[in-house]
Design a protein around this ligand. Structure first.
Ligand code: GLC
Length: 739
């Protein structure tokens, strides 16, 4: 196989299986480093975006010139086997011929779009989420891209923050499990395989705690909360082998994450011994000037490299500044070398030194992209992501003998919005709208009527009359309401998270017809819809479900797939309750019910309880929980309790149930939440079938960070709770941990 290294290295080591050759890779890195000039080393730390307004990078002579001069180590937003090959060819004209890394925001699918990550999290199906990432990786790698800037593992308790759509919700345990699944999905059998891409755990750290839910805002929290709630998903991603990390825009306790030595060196590269590399978020190094932390780009570069930011995404601070900082002895070459070494290591592991074009294969790209198999995976993930919030009067599932169904609402025929934010837009790909999915399902057997009714966010009600007329002609009405794909996502924070515009007035008008109404809410975040929640008999949260959205919704509406989704985030009654999450602290005056407010930790004008709780989600069938038993109720530190109970499907549909195990540490040296999710299982049961379900409790599940931030369990009294939702506990029992 042709080599692309300078002659001196041609005699170098035959590139074989990277993963088993760590020591050899270190020697290869040494040999490459020795040959590099300081400018070439700094070039490796520099990342530009590829395509821009002038079109693909190959039309941009300045960037190609920089590449040929070894001034770039990576590009983002370059995709396609042909385009990546052309750009890589420019890198092979540089003196050192070091291959470029191509990165891209493959957040929920590459060519086939999957449900947004928050929707996938609602499936609680780790294997399915891993497969979704696996499909995305196969398509991405087939298109010449080596690296995705995902999974986003930021815990988020504030739905005013538009980026909740990109993560796994509010819970640290669920978020950690999902982080692991997604890293495994993206990296597959390991870097070096042609269908494996580098994952990127982001945004390090605590970006989801932006004050007031306002994107890019400061973050201020105790060390205890940082370690207890926000860091564990990053550690889970690291333990799963995440090849890269991305830092975050926010300050943490006054220090920008990009220049935060505590985060990037003490924790990540020190305590956690991380050997991958950290890429800055877009421009975040230069933004330290705006933060008031660096006076200029040179100082920003100095602060960032010293704090452990290895690669500079698009702030153009490293390239012009680092050489002089080294000459002025403000930055040591050793620091530069460490960053370069980390980046070269990934390029060796990906096999790019052996063949820089190995991912840029047009034939493989044609075969892999948008395949029927990939679309089928998206459909399955979408079905599992749907959450049935309410189903009264047996409104759902719909009968297949219906004569007329009215499909109403501004999102009923929308295809584009099913992509959601962070999708990689493909002009010519089919995204199945709700209307089309229903048409595919019912064919000519049932007549579909349609009316838009109103816009997404304008105040016009002129379309209501027509929509009401259409509804009156139908046996059932399905209303599709919610957000367009640009209403949640990056830089999409909102103070008002009610359903936009007059959509809820439309729902009221349709409900007034007396027809059976089903509301599907499509959004990237929890929305507020109290009137609908109180008055409409059937409500499903369908998020933004990707390429097969309409087919998934139709399958669930007609019961061909029995919904099993559970909310990964709390849905508040009002913005005034935010932040609102299930694992809250008791306080000295706990309010024990929505009415218990007098001199209690409560509001005068609202219950404390959410509209819909973390872990909530219904099925077309019913489940009974019984016969809880613990192998013991006195646990010693190195022992464990076997927990078992019986779960029975007591309804008439086969279905799946996510059984959730919560624990409460009743008294501790640092007060503990009223409950914490510590385990879960997704169980399939045929109608009438019963299964024995078991969990294990050990001291790890009882551990927490004490006042000295030491991880461990403390003897004392605990409550074990098993529920179908965080606010629907079915079984509980106390036990004690003794030293
Ligand atoms: C954005 C996002 C980050 C993304 C990067 C590249 O600003 O914060 O998540 O990966 O820039 O697009």
């Amino acid at each position: 196989m042709k080599k692309y290294l300078p002659f001196a290295l041609l005699l170098a080591f035959p590139f074989t299986d990277a993963l088993a050759q760590d020591k050899k890779i270190e020697k290869k890195i040494d040999s490459v480093l020795k040959l590099m000039t300081l400018d070439e080393k700094i070039g490796q730390l520099n990342q530009y975006t590829g395509g821009d307004a002038t079109g693909p990078i190959t039309n941009n002579p300045n960037k190609l010139k920089d590449i040929k001069e070894g001034k770039l180590g990576s590009l983002l937003n370059v995709k396609g086997a042909a385009e990546t090959r052309k750009v890589q060819e420019a890198a092979m004209q540089s003196r050192m011929k070091i291959p470029l890394l191509f990165g891209l925001d493959v957040i929920h699918g590459y060519r086939v779009t999957f449900p947004i990550p928050l929707a996938e999290a609602a499936s609680w199906d780790l294997a399915e989420m891993e497969n979704a990432a696996r499909v995305a990786a196969r398509e991405t790698a087939a298109s010449g891209v080596h690296w995705t800037f995902a999974p986003m593992v930021d815990i988020a308790r504030d739905p005013r923050w538009g980026r909740v759509m990109e993560g796994a919700g509010e819970d640290t345990y669920l978020g950690s499990q999902i982080a692991k699944a997604r890293v495994h999905g993206f990296q597959g059998k390991g870097l070096g395989n042609l269908d494996a891409i580098m994952a990127c755990a982001k945004h390090f750290a605590a970006y989801g705690a932006a004050i007031a839910g306002r994107d890019y805002n400061a973050v201020d929290m105790s060390e205890h909360t940082l370690w207890e709630t926000y860091l564990p998903p990053f550690k889970a991603a690291l333990d799963a082998g995440a090849a890269t990390f991305m830092n975050s825009f926010n300050t943490l306790n006054g220090i920008p994450a990009t220049g935060n030595t505590y985060l990037q060196r003490d924790i990540l590269k020190g305590k956690w011994k991380y050997t991958g590399f950290v890429v800055s978020d877009w421009g975040s190094i230069g933004e330290m000037i705006n933060h008031g932390y660096a006076k200029n780009k040179s100082e920003a570069a100095e602060l960032a490299i010293k704090a452990g930011s290895d690669m500079d995404m698009e702030s153009r601070s490293y390239l012009p500044s680092l050489a002089k900082l080294v000459q002025d002895k403000k930055v040591s070459v050793a620091l530069i070398d460490d960053a370069v070494r980390r980046i070269l290591r990934k390029k060796f592991e990906l096999g790019l030194f052996d063949d820089p074009y190995r991912f840029s294969n047009v034939e493989r790209e044609k075969k892999e992209l948008n395949s029927a198999e990939n679309r089928a995976a998206s459909l399955k993930m979408a079905e599992k992501s749907i959450v049935l919030l309410k189903n009264e009067k047996q409104t759902l599932p719909l009968s297949k003998d219906l004569k007329k169904i009215a499909v109403i609402g501004p999102l009923a025929k929308s295809e584009k919005d099913m992509q959601g934010f962070w999708s990689i837009a493909w002009e010519n790909d089919k995204l199945v709208s709700l209307y089309e999915g229903l048409k595919n399902k019912v064919g000519d057997k049932t007549e579909l009527l349609y009316a838009k009714g109103c816009g997404i966010s304008d105040s016009s009600k002129t379309g209501f009359a027509e929509a009401v007329e259409v509804a009156k002609q139908a046996d059932v009405v399905i209303i599709a309401a919610g957000e367009t794909l640009d209403m949640s996502g990056e830089a999409k924070s909102k103070t008002n998270i009610h359903i936009p515009g007059v959509q809820e007035d439309l729902i009221k008008a349709i409900q007034a017809t007396g027809k059976p109404v089903v509301v599907l809410l499509m959004a990237g975040r929890p929305l507020i819809f109290n009137w609908t929640a109180d008055n409409v008999p059937a409500i499903m949260y369908t998020w933004w479900l990707g390429s097969e959205a309409g087919n998934a919704m139709a399958n669930v509406l007609f019961g061909d797939y029995n919904p099993a989704g559970k909310l990964p985030m709390t849905f508040p009654r009002s913005e005034g309750q935010i932040p609102l999450y299930y694992n809250y602290l008791s306080t000295g005056r706990p309010s024990n019910s929505d009415k218990d407010r007098n001199y209690k930790s409560a509001y005068l004008d609202s219950p404390n309880s959410p509209r819909f709780a973390f872990g909530h989600g219904l099925s077309y069938t019913t489940f009974d929980y019984s016969a809880l038993s613990l192998s013991k109720t006195q646990l010693t530190m190195n022992d464990k309790i076997n927990v078992s109970f019986t779960l029975k499907n007591t309804g008439k549909y086969d279905g799946e149930e996510v059984v959730q195990l919560y624990l409460q540490d009743k008294f501790a040296s640092v007060v503990r939440p009223v409950k914490e999710l510590k385990d879960f299982q997704k169980v399939s049961l045929k109608a009438g079938e019963a299964k024995n379900i078991s969990f294990t409790i050990d001291k790890e599940k009882l551990s927490f960070y004490n006042q000295q931030l030491k991880w461990g369990a403390e003897a004392g009294d605990f409550k074990l709770m098993i529920g179908t939702a965080s606010d629907k506990i079915k079984l509980e029992k106390d036990f004690t941990l003794t030293n």
